[in-house]
Design a protein around this ligand. Structure first.
Ligand SMILES: O=P(O)(O)OC[C@H]1O[C@@H](O)[C@@H](O)[C@@H](O)[C@@H]1O
Length: 349
């Protein structure tokens, strides 16, 4: 019998969260929303929530949590080159995120900070591909402080929860469906209500919360990753980001170059040490890799070594290395293929 792992369509995996959202995920998937506190769908996740390691992890159709399945056959899931470079970690976390309300201003640690203070080889650099905005003209995200903020001022803003000051200090950046946004580690950011994205990240749940007023968890207790504010605030990028620099973190579909295989490279090279993403359609052939597919539009077929699988918009599919070369077939198919960093990637902060 052929024991190789095959591509697996995944159901929604939406741990309860402290902020509202989830209806766009349900609409995208064509299912009913469980309740309005399910704003994130963790797809092909071997990562648990920081406050509850059992939440967030993907459970496969055979009942096994993804980390157990990968541990049992790391080469089959990840391939030999990935395994040599990244070990048995998938090195990738993908989420659908539907902001039903504005997210609190927060930031994520770099690898360097995570290694020094959190015992982790991964920080949480991330990127978004915007799927929808409630207003068809676009939605808003907040990226980076416009002026350099002295540490002491940041400390006061956070201690006093001076949300007005924090928000007015950040760049407000317009995003439209189809745009991709790279969020470098450290940059303070927030997504406004009505923005629905696919998110690629390093496989951790590390957030330093600058804002928590009006949200359920007491950020003063939980927002500093148990490091204390003196250390946690060291991971915040307090530098000035000019409006142009902040806007340059956004890439429109036209700015995504077409690769030799006919796919569009979604993210800039600066993202390569952390994850890769491409938009592909009918006729695209991919070389073997662990991957998470999000079918954005259309329907058709995903062919792989030894079989094929029907795919349609709203589906997410987990692809193991062992599926071999894969290809997409179907007119109007638009698929986001999320990949871990390449095995040849070297260190990045
Ligand atoms: O899109 P990012 O920046 O990861 O924001 C979403 C993240 O928000 C933070 O406030 C934390 O609650 C994380 O658990 C959550 O995943």
């Amino acid at each position: 019998m052929d024991r190789r792992v095959r591509p697996l369509p995944l159901p929604a995996n939406q741990p309860r969260h402290f902020y509202r959202g989830g209806s766009s995920i349900a609409r995208f998937r064509g299912v009913r929303p469980p309740d309005d506190r399910r704003p994130e769908d963790w797809v092909g996740s071997a990562t648990g929530r920081i406050d509850d390691a059992s939440a967030g992890v993907t459970v496969l159709p055979d009942g096994r949590p993804l980390p157990d399945a990968v541990a049992a056959d790391p080469a089959g899931w990840l391939g030999p080159a990935h395994l040599r470079r990244w070990g048995p970690s998938t090195a990738l976390l993908v989420k659908l995120l539907d902001a039903g309300q504005r997210l609190p201003v927060h930031c994520h640690p770099s690898r360097e900070f995570a290694r020094a203070h959190l015992g982790s080889a991964f920080g949480k650099t991330e990127a978004w591909l915007v799927l929808e905005t409630a207003d068809p003209d676009g939605g808003w995200v907040r990226l980076g402080f416009r002026d350099e903020i002295p540490e002491e001022r940041l400390r006061v803003w956070s201690a006093e929860q001076d949300v007005g000051a924090m928000l007015s200090a950040t760049n407000l950046v317009r995003v439209r469906p189809g745009d991709a946004v790279l969020i470098p580690a450290g940059i303070p950011h927030s997504i406004d209500a009505g923005v629905f994205v696919v998110e690629l990240q390093e496989p951790t749940d590390f957030s330093v919360m600058l804002e928590w007023k009006g949200f359920a968890p007491d950020g003063d207790e939980t927002g500093h990753l148990k490091l204390g504010w003196d250390v946690a605030l060291q991971c915040v990028d307090r530098r000035a980001w000019t409006p142009d620099e902040a806007a340059a973190l956004v890439r429109t579909r036209d700015q995504m170059p077409v690769t030799g295989e006919g796919a569009r490279r979604v993210l800039p090279e600066a993202a390569d040490p952390f994850f890769r993403a491409e938009l592909a359609g009918d006729g695209t052939v991919f070389s073997p890799s662990f991957a998470v597919l999000v079918v954005l539009r259309g329907e058709g077929e995903l062919r792989f070594d030894g079989g094929s699988q029907r795919v349609r918009s709203g589906q997410t599919v987990l692809v193991p290395y062992d599926a071999g070369p894969t290809s997409l077939h179907g007119r109007g198919l638009d698929v986001l293929r999320c990949l871990p960093p390449a095995p040849e990637e070297t260190e990045a902060g």
